[in-house]
Design a protein around this ligand. Structure first.
Ligand SMILES: Cc1cc2nc3c(=O)[nH]c(=O)nc-3n(C[C@H](O)[C@H](O)[C@H](O)COP(=O)(O)OP(=O)(O)OC[C@H]3O[C@@H](n4cnc5c(N)ncnc54)[C@H](O)[C@@H]3O)c2cc1C
Length: 390
């Protein structure tokens, strides 16, 4: 495992830092605002994506022939780390930028690449992901939304759910069954669906955070041109696996957790419980776990540096950080004492309710991108070689 950075990498870090210092407004730092101010957050994320695009950062790891900077995995990790350390907000088109654009580069037609990739990066086109259905989440191959070819167009009928940001998205990358008689993993198509057309209805789902960024999508006779089908009608599963590869192979976020621990320690001092032995132990435990996560991140980075794609070990990373974040957020709520029970938007909430919001949000982290149970199954079967459960 490689624990150090070269002088070139350190100089790249300085470049990222000074760009962030000059371009990231102070009010947008430290994770932005809580979800109960969702509309405000949406606009911040839209503007931030535009700034990053104009700064050339959204193509950092792309090859130079494709207009990218050809940054190594280590440089990309440094970029991510600096973003997390300063508390930069997310970008509005995250799913399009991180999942769809590289998938189109790998599997799209020339027309799809020219039509979509640059617009996805610039934020001109926002895409949401339409994979999950009410009865198809972990078992995604059980999806039932139908796509039928009629008069030269694909006609879609069915229901999607938990689609993040569908209410502000222009399009969706969506899986639908093109051949009901085929085996579950075959006969699925990967479509780019216009969200603003008759036959597409979006309903927001109110969450316990007070936000409503997840949506149900109802499709009744929605139409898709052939040119918006990615690859062949039965290739959707293979393409979805490419998408998941980008999702699960994420770079180290250790800096984010180290920042959370430091902020938790300062919260403890602010609330006058910094010398309480139980609080101190919880914060020390969080610090140890964050450090272990940094080591896991460095191990993954070393693998990537040697050209190895993330394997099933990526499940260890996902399981570790998502479960750790839940514990950290819970410990922080404990530091707030009885104020931790207040709703984030309460006038009396501590630090603008950010810890309550963080705790509620953390509950979702062990569900999306493969739940903890699914990750444990993968670790058991593919890392430890245990027999498949029934
Ligand atoms: C924050 C968030 C954002 C999301 N965004 C999107 C999005 O933009 N687009 C999209 O398409 N989807 C999205 N999802 C949906 C997400 O992909 C699903 O929630 C996830 O795949 C789990 O599916 P499910 O909710 O149907 O739960 P289920 O699959 O029904 O699982 C229910 C429970 O059973 C367990 N379980 C299921 N199968 C097994 C098994 N074989 N062995 C052991 N335990 C099992 C699960 O771990 C879970 O605890 C999002 C979810 C969240 C929380």
């Amino acid at each position: 495992m490689d624990l150090g950075f070269t002088p070139e990498e350190e100089s790249f870090r300085q470049e990222v830092r000074s760009w962030l210092e000059s371009n990231l407004p102070a009010a947008w730092r430290h994770g932005g605002v809580g979800g109960y101010r969702e509309e405000e957050e949406t606009e911040i994320q839209r503007d931030w994506q535009r700034k990053l695009y104009e700064g050339g950062w959204l193509k950092l790891g792309w090859p130079q022939e494709a207009g990218g900077r050809g940054a190594t995995p280590v440089m990309q990790a440094i970029y991510q780390e600096e973003m997390a350390t300063i508390g930069a907000p997310g970008i509005l088109g995250r799913l399009g930028v991180t999942l769809l654009a590289p998938t189109l580069v790998a599997h799209g037609t020339q027309w799809q690449k020219e039509q979509y990739v640059e617009k996805i990066l610039s934020g001109e086109l926002i895409f949401c992901q339409g994979f999950s259905e009410p009865d198809a989440g972990s078992d995604l191959a059980g999806l039932r939304t139908k796509a039928e070819k009629r008069d030269g167009k694909w006609v879609l009928d069915g229901q999607k759910t938990w689609s993040s940001g569908a209410h502000y998205s222009h399009k969706s990358f969506l899986l639908a069954r093109t051949d009901p008689s085929a085996e579950p993993h075959r006969g699925i198509g990967f479509f780019l669906v216009d969200m603003h057309q008759p036959g597409v209805e979006v309903r927001r789902i109110k969450q316990m955070t007070g936000g409503g960024e997840f949506c149900e999508i109802f499709l009744s006779g929605a139409e898709v041109d052939d040119r918006d089908l990615v690859a062949q009608p039965g290739d959707g599963w293979k393409i979805a696996m490419t998408v998941f590869g980008f999702e699960r192979g994420g770079l180290a976020q250790a800096a984010r957790f180290e920042r959370v621990v430091a902020e938790m320690a300062s919260l403890a001092r602010e609330r006058g419980v910094g010398s309480d032995p139980t609080t101190r132990q919880k914060i020390a435990q969080a610090q140890i776990e964050a450090h272990v996560f940094r080591l896991i991140g460095l191990r993954n980075l070393t693998r990537a540096q040697h050209g190895h794609a993330p394997g099933p070990e990526a499940s260890v990373t996902k399981l570790y950080w998502s479960e750790m974040d839940k514990r950290m957020q819970e410990a922080a709520i404990g530091v707030e004492g009885m104020y931790g029970a207040l709703a984030p938007e309460s006038d009396f909430s501590v630090q603008d309710g950010r810890w309550q919001y963080g705790w509620m949000w953390a509950q979702a982290e062990t569900i999306y991108a493969g739940s903890s149970e699914i990750q444990r199954n993968i670790i058991a079967e593919r890392v430890l070689g245990l027999p498949r459960g029934r």
